[in-house]
Design a protein around this ligand. Sequence first.
Ligand code: OXD
Ligand code: MN
Length: 573
Amino acid sequence: MEWVDEVASRTRPDSVVWCDGSEQEYRIFVDQMLKEGTLIELDQKRYPNCYLHRSDPDDVARTEASTFICTPERADAGPNNNWMNNREAENLLWRIFDGCMAGRTMYVAPYLLGPSNSPYCQVGVEITDSLYVVISLRIMTRMGAIALERLKDRDQFVRGIHSIGTMNHSLRYVCHFPNTKLIMSINSNYGGNALLSKKSHSLRIASVAAREEGWLAEHMLIVGIEDGSGRLTYLSGAFPSASGKTNLAMLKPPPSLNDFKVWLLGDDIAWLHLSADGRLYAINPEVGFFCVASNSSAKTNPNLMEAIRKNTIFTNVGLTAERTPWWDAQPPAASVLDWRGRTWHPGGATAAHPNSRFTIPIRRYPMLSPKSDDPHGVPVSAILFGGRRSELVPLVYEASSWEHGVLVGAMMKVETTAAADGTVGRLREDPMAMMPFCGYDMGAYFQHWLDFSRKSKNLPRIFHVNWFRRGKDGRFVWPGYGENLRVLKWIVGRVNGEAEAVETPIGNLPAPGSLDLKGLDLPKGAIEELLYVDREGWLKEVSSFEKFFKTFGDRFPKALWQEYWNLIARLQS
Ligand code: OXD
Ligand code: MN
């Protein structure tokens, strides 16, 4: 309460509202937004409790250039983060926040990350003048009175202060103070910049705590694969933003593998803790999805399309004359307004923004794992790293050890997407898909990963997958989507000692015949192409990381250099 008073005395709102998270309160907020025009009601018969929000056209993605880690020393943030001195940053930010809520209401939204009865649960409180943030937080987290009950009289919580400000792009800041567990964000209302529970708390602040306390806060999905015998194998996986992570988490088995079930636990963030049995257990701190809409369709993600027909907030999609949400992967529709509310013309720019989103409660998802609320989480047997690589990288390979797996994760590259401001399609390094989200020096982060092998002999196996290889004709070689389960089946077989592999310099690849391809009509030579290890190409690829790894200086672990030189030696031998 002292902190809330202090923030109010600086930002000077007209009134302060503490959010209880109830249904009734949600209705009041939604009604208010409908009146103000920040939400548009969709056809309530076909889309009950669904609304459309249109953002400021200049505020549609994470802005990495405005995102800072603020600590006493630059070295704490590493070359992977923008850095500001914490004192200077706080002074600067308070000047921008000064009086910014005058004429507005300040909302105090307490939230939980993780089940309330979990030892891994964390409390956060976000103060904001944005109702869009409040109603989104209520979908994404366990928000309201439940968080204050868990907090009781302790002051162990992450403090988030957010204001829409004036939307002045040049004064946009998302600043993280890991030492005091504080986040300050102003002049953006976009999910990844403004919903502070998500990337800011669950990853940037949490990753620093995880290093100190011996666990992992990762940009990972979590799924349980149930095979025909009812056996469950849990996987987690890191994929860069907008690289099919959500589609994989929501995979619907194809007809030829319909004795399998894929249970979802999380689509974006995993907190992994080592348990007494030496295994890593994963929980999803969130209870909602914040998914990219633009590519979602009955083909790419049938389960999701079922989930978004109720209780969904759409952001920056198109709108049909029947007041239904529309984006370009949907069947054609007549008279569509684009994401900015202008008449849309087919063949021109897309109706929905490429980073348009929907926010939905996880409980709407038809294949939600019965374990999703388990306070200890699920034991992970395999960790997947994935990229979006049109060349070189095979469909799947397995690291030969935990240390080698850390190198595999460290050598991820991604073509940039619309989830962050900037050029789309540029290839950049994105270790463990954490480059924009690791709250400290990534050299130390790699060491933290390596340290797990000293603590346990029972760690998950590490794999790399790539669904995105293209042939000479420019077309995808692998069908992807539901058929990716064939690759997961091989991975499940590997961790259970059932599937065969062949050793190669880059790791273990499926032995001929060990991938289940029954009923799949692949062109001749396709599977050989997908599983080919091009030594020359790999030598080039691996060598391209030397410069990047060197940017971490002494913090880059010696043991990881060793793995790196070993890999090069294997490729040369
Ligand atoms: C996301 C992202 O929104 O990774 O999940 O950008
Ligand atoms: Mn993400």
